[in-house]
Design a protein around this ligand. Structure first.
Ligand SMILES: Cc1cc2nc3c(=O)[nH]c(=O)nc-3n(C[C@H](O)[C@H](O)[C@H](O)COP(=O)(O)OP(=O)(O)OC[C@H]3O[C@@H](n4cnc5c(N)ncnc54)[C@H](O)[C@@H]3O)c2cc1C
Length: 417
């Protein structure tokens, strides 16, 4: 088995995240109120939350935004992804999805105030069309709709012709359709760009392109800082471990607590139409019971996702079988994707946990918080994660009250040593 790596694995011509003016790591020590290890979407949002709480923050990452967050499609789907038996995860998704409108608006305002020319982060509330391909997919959709009733979530069965009125690119011979008004989307790369703009312009924040090598504990067992890959020591009162698939390894080295994070490889494809926008809604469904989604961006790009290939290492690319299935199934639901230009296949390791629930909050090591293990849900769970950290930073943001019960499911201490 190959060793886990923070280097992302990518096939085909892949645009990297737009370079941002991050500072090179200094050889000297730094001190801040909060130190965040990892600047994926979760670490960057955690850093912004520290700033919003009036704290200074240092964020370390050798390749900010190039991990799982770079692959993510950005579906915010508490309804269509709800499953009986996973009610805790559904509760987390529902709570966080409700925070997205304010999170997106506040972030866009902050990024614009920091000089960003971008007007939005691709947060779109056009709703989702869920469709099925064959009779077995229709059975599955009946069960999904019944589950929504049991879970108190709203979805509306519609005919395939009604679905095609809303989305003319849908194939004519689908077996079923469901309209889900409450499932939305955002563009994770745009969100990360906005966060990076804020973090690189606020004088209280430092974003360093360097990895954390070791977590430092004081004689009393409290986390006091990090030694980075250049040997520089960074001290802080609060440390947030948000290093995606590397989080478990960094924690294990302390010998004080356990974060069982494993990498689960996933792929998304990016397609672009020769002209115009082809889809107006997120389309998701099953083809011979295999799940698939197509997420249209405002500029016409369509993100097709996502494979999930079990616990692997972050270096794994995923199989061609997975990529073939994505294209095959997307074409069954939306035949016109045949006309799209192929832009990119992006493969990354999702930071997964044994119970599919994230690890957000106190770790059992004083001064050390976790914000990782979001698996397939890191984008939808970003606002809730930031809000939970805000409470622990000592400045509870608005909307935090009443969420402690939901967040109890994400307590990292459920995996004691
Ligand atoms: C194919 C695919 C599709 C997905 N689609 C969706 C979706 O539609 N909706 C959704 O909600 N979720 C989706 N997800 C899941 C989502 O992308 C992840 O849950 C989320 O991005 C996790 O964010 P993160 O910041 O924890 O991890 P990452 O984005 O992986 O960031 C971790 C960061 O830590 C850095 N790092 C690693 N080691 C160190 C170190 N030693 N020191 C400092 N930094 C370090 C890395 O460089 C990286 O930038 C998808 C994931 C994949 C792979």
């Amino acid at each position: 088995m190959r060793a886990p790596t923070t280097q992302p694995s990518t096939l085909a011509p892949v645009p990297r995240p737009r370079p941002q003016p991050t500072r090179p790591a200094p050889a000297r020590a730094s001190t801040s109120d909060v130190l965040v290890v990892g600047a994926g979407l979760i670490g960057a949002a955690a850093s912004w939350q520290a700033l919003r709480a009036g704290l200074s923050v240092t964020c370390l990452d050798p390749t900010p935004g190039a991990g799982a967050s770079f692959a993510a499609a950005g579906v915010l789907a508490p309804v269509t992804e709800a499953t009986l038996g996973f009610e805790s995860l559904t509760a987390l998704r529902v709570a966080s999805a409700a925070l997205w409108p304010a999170f997106a608006a506040d972030l866009v305002a902050a990024a614009q105030a920091a000089g960003s020319p971008e007007r939005d982060v691709g947060f779109a509330t056009h709703g989702t069309l869920a469709v099925g391909y064959d009779a077995s997919d229709a059975d599955q959709m009946d069960r999904l709709h019944a589950q929504h009733g049991l879970l108190g979530l709203h979805s509306e069965p519609i005919s395939v012709s009604q679905a095609r009125e809303r989305e003319p690119s849908l194939a004519p011979h689908l077996s079923c359709a469901l309209w889900v008004e409450g499932d939305h989307q955002v563009d994770p790369r745009a969100v990360h760009r906005a966060l990076q703009t804020v973090l690189t312009t606020d004088p209280r924040s430092t974003l360093l392109r360097s990895g954390a090598a070791t977590l430092l504990l004081g004689a009393d067992g409290r986390a006091i800082g990090v030694v980075d890959a250049h040997g520089a020591v960074h001290h802080a009162g609060i440390i947030v471990l948000a290093a995606g698939t590397a989080s478990g390894r960094l924690m294990a080295a302390t010998g004080r607590a356990r974060l069982p994070v494993q990498s689960i490889t996933g792929q998304t494809l990016r397609l672009r139409p020769p002209c115009g926008v082809t889809l107006g809604h997120v389309v998701r469904g099953t083809v011979h019971r295999r799940p698939i989604y197509l997420v249209p961006r405002a500029d016409g790009e369509i993100v097709v996702g996502a494979t999930s290939e079990g616990a692997t290492t972050a270096a794994d690319l995923g199989t061609t079988r997975g990529m073939f299935a994505l294209l095959h199934d997307a074409r069954r639901l939306v035949p016109s994707i045949d006309e799209q230009a192929f832009v990119e296949v992006t493969s990354r390791g999702r930071p997964g946990t044994p119970d599919n629930l994230p690890l957000i909050g106190e770790t059992g090591v004083p001064g050390l918080l976790a914000a990782t293990g979001h698996s397939r849900n890191g984008i939808v769970l970003t606002p809730l994660t930031a809000l939970a950290l805000g409470v622990l930073f000592g400045d509870p943001p608005r909307g935090a009250a009443g969420l402690s019960q939901v967040l109890a499911h994400a307590d990292p201490r459920r995996f004691a040593l």
